[in-house]
Design a protein around this ligand. Structure first.
Ligand code: HEM
Length: 477
């Protein structure tokens, strides 16, 4: 009897969540590609802190910003600062060199410190120069060829992060882009938890190599990625030595800092690759979402344009105008809120048993911050499905200063947000954004989208959904 009561007691303290299948838990109900919509639906019934299981692995999903701030905020390095180590992705593909899959410890601290220094040292002024050059090119590219709007946006975000990371412009180095695109594509498809049997049943990792096809696949992925990242970093060293590269870039700083922090060349190359990969798809997803959604929110676009006309007269906006254009800045924040490009954030893992909001959190629990859910939390953002820049008008200092849109953990949030800002405001400044018209002259509007469309999967998802609708006509004039 005492045992039964004890069990009931324990169960009542576990975070609530839907009933899963025996043994398998929620592996089937949680969709691999749009988990955040499932979590969002569940949270209306079970509340903001929910518990799930994935083949025996405990998962805690947080749907409110303050809860995520409290548990996984890096400044409180503690029992939630670790990341899950997936066997396929972390152990074999990344060979334990990728920050977001590292366990808490010295290595993770050193990687974060290096990343931090690499980005902080990149003073905002020199980033701004490149963001302005590349966003001017974006406008010219669109003027020249409107049919490739989304590709041009993708090129803009690649060009900015490529230049900052490797110190050279994209033109003439397209092979790098193709190679990296291939890696990122595979990585997004293959490096997720719960799609590899070996991550669900770790005992499979003991099988002989000949019976472990995932092992060969992941090792091959590692080889390809390490070769590309290594070649890119090595090019920087060579160009630096022979005088072709005068400016500083992430890699040159990493080479200096890396020595002090004790990094080998491979880790240095991987860290630089992380910046490139993390900054590319996220930035372009946000801009692409804005352009796809803009026909629905033309009133807001008009107000942003009016503000620029008043403040700048005819001059093109610059990064330095951020504080002078509060409505434009609020509009970009609203884009970041409505369409978080990493909707399920970066997973963490608890290192000890804990109690949170009255629930028991067992050691080894994976913690998922449902960023999409946080951005649509009605207690913070009323009428959260509405695109309404005015909700950010009180917070006008920068595009990422209040932690409500990018979540504090993103190490590149200032860089990412300012790239989105300059591209979006310049697109509004330079073009008339109009809806596509049907044969009778009526506007064809994109369906209202409620979910972060792109997630980690780059802009290709959006191409499929909206290509016909948007590219077939004069979206931009
Ligand atoms: C608009 C662009 C960007 C968006 C929307 C974005 C969003 C995010 C989000 C939501 C997270 C996870 C936060 C969490 O789990 O709570 C994250 C993590 C991260 N981001 Fe960004 N990001 C952007 C740009 C960048 C850029 C430009 C870089 C690097 C140059 C970068 C580097 C990182 C890194 C390294 C992490 C992992 C941090 C860690 O777990 O320790 N991001 N980002």
């Amino acid at each position: 009897m005492a045992l039964v009561l004890f069990r009931i007691g324990v169960r009542s303290k576990s975070p609530p969540g839907p009933r899963g299948f025996p043994l398998l838990g929620h592996i089937f109900p949680i969709p691999a590609l749009k988990a955040w919509t499932y979590f969002d639906k569940c949270s209306t019934k079970y509340g903001p802190v929910m518990g799930f299981s994935l083949v025996g692995e405990r998962v805690l999903v947080l749907n409110r910003g303050p809860d995520a701030d409290e548990l996984v905020r890096p400044s409180q390095a503690g029992i939630y600062s670790s990341h899950p180590q997936l066997i396929y992705a972390s152990k074999y593909w990344y060979q334990s060199r990728r920050l977001i899959f590292m366990p808490y410890g010295d290595e993770l601290r050193r990687h974060r410190a290096a990343f931090y220094q690499m980005l902080q040292a990149s003073d905002a002024a020199s980033s701004a120069v490149h963001q302005e050059i590349e966003s001017t090119k974006l406008l010219l590219d669109i003027l020249e060829n409107r049919q490739h709007l989304f590709e041009n946006i993708e090129q803009f975000s690649v060009a900015v992060i490529y230049k900052l990371t490797y110190g050279k412009r994209m033109e003439g180095n397209e092979r790098d882009l193709e190679d990296m695109a291939q890696v990122i594509h595979e990585l997004n498809e293959k490096c997720q938890s719960s799609i590899h049997l070996v991550d669900c049943w770790p005992f499979l990792d003991n099988l002989p190599d000949s019976l472990a096809p995932w092992l060969r696949e992941a090792l091959r992925g590692h080889e390809v990625e390490a070769t590309i990242c290594g070649r890119l970093a090595e090019d920087v060293e060579v160009c630096r030595l022979d005088g072709r590269l005068q400016e500083e870039c992430f890699v040159t700083r990493l080479l200096e800092q890396g020595r002090k922090l004790g990094f080998d060349r491979k880790s240095t190359a991987y860290l630089a690759g992380t910046a490139f990969e993390a900054g590319r798809g996220t930035t372009s997803s946000e801009i692409t979402w804005f352009i796809a959604a803009a026909p629905l929110y033309l009133q807001s676009v008009k107000l942003a344009r009016k503000e620029m006309d008043m403040v700048l007269s005819d001059r093109i906006p610059k990064i330095g105008d951020l504080d002078n254009l509060p409505y434009c800045t609020a509009l970009v924040k609203e884009v970041l809120r409505c369409a978080p490009s990493v909707p399920c954030g970066v997973s963490h893992r608890s290192l000890e048993d804990d109690e949170f909001r009255g629930y028991q959190i067992k050691k080894g629990t994976t913690v998922i911050p449902n960023i999409w859910g946080m951005h649509h939390d009605e207690s913070v953002f009323q009428d959260s499905s509405q695109f309404d820049p005015s909700r950010f008008l009180e917070h006008t200092k920068s595009t990422s200063d209040n932690g409500k849109t990018l979540v504090n953990i993103c190490l590149g949030r200032f860089l990412g947000a300012s790239s989105v800002w300059i591209a979006v405001v310049r697109l509004i400044w330079a073009f008339n954004i109009l809806p596509v018209l049907d044969d009778t002259g009526d506007a064809i509007l994109p369906i209202t989208f409620r979910v972060g469309l792109l997630g980690l999967y780059g802009a290709s998802g959006l191409y499929l959904l909206y290509e016909e609708l948007l590219i077939s006509n004069e979206l931009i004039q």
